[in-house]
Write a protein that binds this ligand. Structure first.
Ligand code: GLN
Length: 239
């Protein structure tokens, strides 16, 4: 078995070690004998079809550079979404999955509308640990670290990834954290996200296998002692 993973613009969007998400996906496949075809996509590269696409977070300037490039691939990535491809975007990358990101006193950055969502820069930065409850995976907690001024609002058929118990999440008001539409997932959780949420990493791998082979492959259970400890230490931790 194998899956193909594309890492979108890692030279620009890789804040707070978001590359740890790619390392987690690769290792959790390798430990199960699942081959990973991996491709880094940088500015100027053609984006080709993959089972799973990952994009990390970044400062407004890097988002600006990536937004213009990503937008050129909007129609292709929308068709990939509708064919079941899996997407995970963290913070700045998540914001570009929506219709737009309006930074402080700068041009609006057009997103690729994988999610029915939009983001506007807020007056204060949300910084700290987050614990959020989700009904997508078991255990039903997701933990991580947020650092963003962007306020994201989701609408239409796009649903929250989770609801915050500690921290601010999408906008510090409606208690939502992250977003999902089809197999597109966005979250504000850095940390990086997947090493501390191995159950969610496995959920994404299962979705990517389904996209490739058209059927569910229940994954072999791994010895997640360290990962689960890292998760438990953060549950309920408020900054
Ligand atoms: N620049 C965006 C914001 O401040 C995203 C930041 C990030 O990716 N951590 O909201």
């Amino acid at each position: 078995m194998k899956i193909s993973i594309a890492h979108l613009y890692p030279k620009l969007l890789n804040l707070y070690g978001d590359i740890g998400n790619i390392i987690t996906l690769k290792k959790r496949c390798e430990w199960r004998g699942i081959e990973v075809e991996f491709e880094e996509i940088n500015i100027g590269d053609k984006i080709t079809s993959h089972d799973l696409y990952f994009i990390g977070g970044g400062q407004d300037k890097q988002q600006e550079d990536v937004a213009h490039e990503l937008y050129k691939n909007k129609e292709f990535l929308l068709s990939e979404r509708d064919l079941g491809a899996v997407f995970l975007g963290i913070c700045g990358g998540y914001q570009l999955f929506g219709h737009y990101y309006q930074p402080h006193d700068k041009e609006k950055l057009l997103g690729i509308s994988l999610l029915d969502a939009y983001t506007v820069a807020g007056k204060k930065r949300f910084i700290g640990n987050v614990t959020a409850k989700t009904d997508i995976v078991e255990p039903n907690t997701l933990v991580g670290f947020e650092n963003h001024s962007g306020l994201t609002y989701i609408q239409g058929e796009t649903t929250p990834l989770a609801y915050v118990e500690t921290g601010h999440g999408n906008n510090g008001k409606d208690k939502t954290e992250g977003a999902r539409y089809k197999n597109v997932f966005g979250t504000y959780l850095h940390g990086s996200f997947l090493p501390k949420n191995p159950h969610f990493a496995d959920f994404l791998i299962e979705l990517a296998l389904f996209r490739r082979y058209g059927r569910k492959f229940p994954l072999e259970q791994l010895n997640d002692g360290f990962e689960n400890k890292a998760h438990e230490v953060l549950v309920g931790k408020s900054y």
